[in-house]
Design a protein around this ligand. Structure first.
Ligand code: GAR
Length: 219
């Protein structure tokens, strides 16, 4: 089976990107990471990707001012140059135009640090604490024009501790992100995820990892 050609879009640290790169080192993994693209020239993840021998490119959004379509067009040209088949957003903190999103529909996935549809947007960990949530986590979903609203592929949960700060909670959720993102990309690259009535159906062998709960007594 030929491996799907994947680009990862980042804006910063790139720890989820690193988790995907690590998983894809296995020749049996159904996706290969051929490109990491950032909208910020100072994204730390670019160095990590280069150290792993992966091509990197910067499409600096500042060069395009308020013209989102021009930025997306430049990104699209790069993706075509590398013959990208699937896109993973990993801490990519920039809204994409409807045209770009629609072009990649069913082929672009994102990880969000909350159990969607709860806590869309930013500051998810503090907001979960403020709401008194007892369970929190992360979601991998297909990207649709509405932000943080696409069909859910996989979720991982952690129980919230009474003494959690946004930082301690973020750290436990991040560990879950690093586990579920490679699992979700594997399913998508294998063509096992179908969207029916706006919901994801996973074909083939049941995936016990599609929902994971990490109890509060685990790191
Ligand atoms: C991750 O927690 C990711 O879920 C979040 O940004 C962080 C990026 O970390 N994404 C969003 O908030 C998207 N709206 P990373 O660069 O180390 O992967």
């Amino acid at each position: 089976m030929s491996r799907k050609r994947v680009a990862i879009l980042i804006s910063g640290r790139g720890s989820n990107m690193a988790a995907l790169i690590e998983a894809a080192k296995d020749k049996n993994y159904p996706a290969e990471i051929v490109l990491v693209a950032s909208n910020r020239p100072d994204a730390a993840g670019l160095d990590t990707a280069q150290a792993a021998g992966i091509a990197t490119v910067v499409v600096d959004h500042k060069a395009y001012g308020k013209d989102r379509a021009a930025f997306d067009g430049a990104m699209q040209a790069v993706l075509e140059q590398y013959r990208i088949e699937l896109l993973c957003l990993a801490g990519f903190m920039r809204l994409l135009t409807d045209g770009f999103v629609n072009h990649w529909q069913g082929r672009m996935i994102n990880i969000h640090p909350a159990l969607l549809p709860a806590f869309k947007g930013l500051d998810t960990h503090q907001r979960a604490l403020d709401a008194g949530a007892k369970v929190h986590g992360a979601t991998v979903h297909f990207v649709v024009p509405e932000m943080d609203a696409g069909p859910i592929i996989m979720q991982g949960a952690v129980t919230v501790r009474a003494d959690d700060s946004a930082q301690t909670l973020a750290a436990r959720v991040l560990a879950v992100e690093h586990r579920i993102y490679p699992l979700a990309l594997k399913l998508v690259a294998e063509g096992r995820v179908r969207v029916v009535d706006g919901r994801c159906r996973i074909d083939g062998t049941p995936v016990p990892d599609a929902a994971q709960l990490v109890p509060s007594d685990q790191p």
